[in-house]
Design a protein around this ligand. Sequence first.
Ligand code: PMP
Length: 483
Amino acid sequence: ASEQLSKTETIKLRNQHIGQACQLFYRSDPLKIVRGQGQYMFDEEGTRYLDCINNVAHVGHCHPEVVRAGALQMATISTNNRFLHDELVQCARTLTSKMPEPLSVCFFVNSGSEANDLALRLARNFTKRQDVITLDHAYHGHLQSVMEVSPYKFNQPGGEPKPDYVHVAPCPDVYGGKFTDKMYPDADMGALYAQPIEEICQKQLAKGQGVAAFIAESLQSCGGQILPPAGYFQAVYDAVRSAGGVCIADEVQVGFGRVGSHYWAFETQNVIPDIVCVAKPMGNGHPVGAVVTTPEIAQAFHATGVAYFNTYGGNPVSCAIANAVMRVIDEEELQQKALVLGDYLLEECNRLKEDFECIGDVRGAGLFVGIELVQDRKERIPDKKAAHWVVNRMKQLHRVLVSSDGPNDNVIKLKPPMCFNRENADEFLLGFRECLTAVMQDRLASATTAAMAATSGVIATASETLANKTKLFERQDRLIKSV
Ligand code: PMP
């Protein structure tokens, strides 16, 4: 593959015709990616980048089996799901076979936003309620309906105000959240973080309204790679269900074996949601998503009498691709590999933490890892500047793509394609160690400069005092002489 336009021309056309609000990685020196293979991406000059951020290319960029399945189906038939097709029903069968009972009914969509939008619709229809509980810093998509439950967006300056029927509970971040394990070393953190949700539910019940749904990522990614404390979802699900609501698990980023120990991240908390939303990794880059729910909730939706239709959702090409992705995950044992490699990455990052004061916390599950950079480890003061600096240096010097996120944008995120291997982990670790060394050297240099400035201040004061004293002595001397 090669480029059709010069990079300068591509940038010029993008600036002219693509909305400025659209995000662009490394905006001051953007990357032009022309090809991908496995865990690597290549720019127009053929430079290879190790991709540690693309959880969409789940089984690896352009995986041959996925490409073959999609191309073959595209050359055969692609039409909507108002016709019978084997790929559709097989996709639903495989997807639901990966879920616990009673999650057995699918609705196919084209993106994570669409999945969450439909999940809210199903929940509101089933419960005949409107209020939704979401978590602080959560992101659930770009549609109007899901922006309303995405504090990650609406809390930004310029974000639209939150509607009254949306309730925001604290993000269960035990390192840097509202309740930390530093503040409450002996507390049951799961129970502590579930409490604000129990209170919202009680208030809603007292108002006679209850809640329609609780929506949360099983591990919050935009929140800064957050692993909720043990028992958290169980307590929350109990409270929400007591208030008449249903529980929606957003597995758009973390599903399909990424966490290693389980196929779905909600399973790590030993809960069964009422609705599960999946997308990104499901199509390995092709737009496909799904909402999986219980027969009861699906039946209530049917009972409205309003038929559901989605032109592209569940088309044979998307389903053939999703089927190939799920097949590859199993055949290549990617979930098991994510577990082993994730453990290795965590262990090595914790080793780095021993050597580098600027690492405050290392957390993760499988190939979902967060490394929190801090100015002061004891006080847990976030270091956004260092995180941005590391992200850029990793790209420019080491050709490794990582990103930063979290409310303070100081968490280095890793969520690479699942074909990431031990050599790749070592390549990341080597580059990361160099970056951390540079961060610490920079800190040392700043501290030395500050110390030198302080010392020269002291010297200046001392010499001023000396000069004044000399003047005084001279005056006294003159006085003595004149007497
Ligand atoms: N949910 C989560 C947790 C996400 O991270 C995203 C996308 N970043 C979405 C939903 C929305 O998915 P999409 O961009 O496919 O609409």
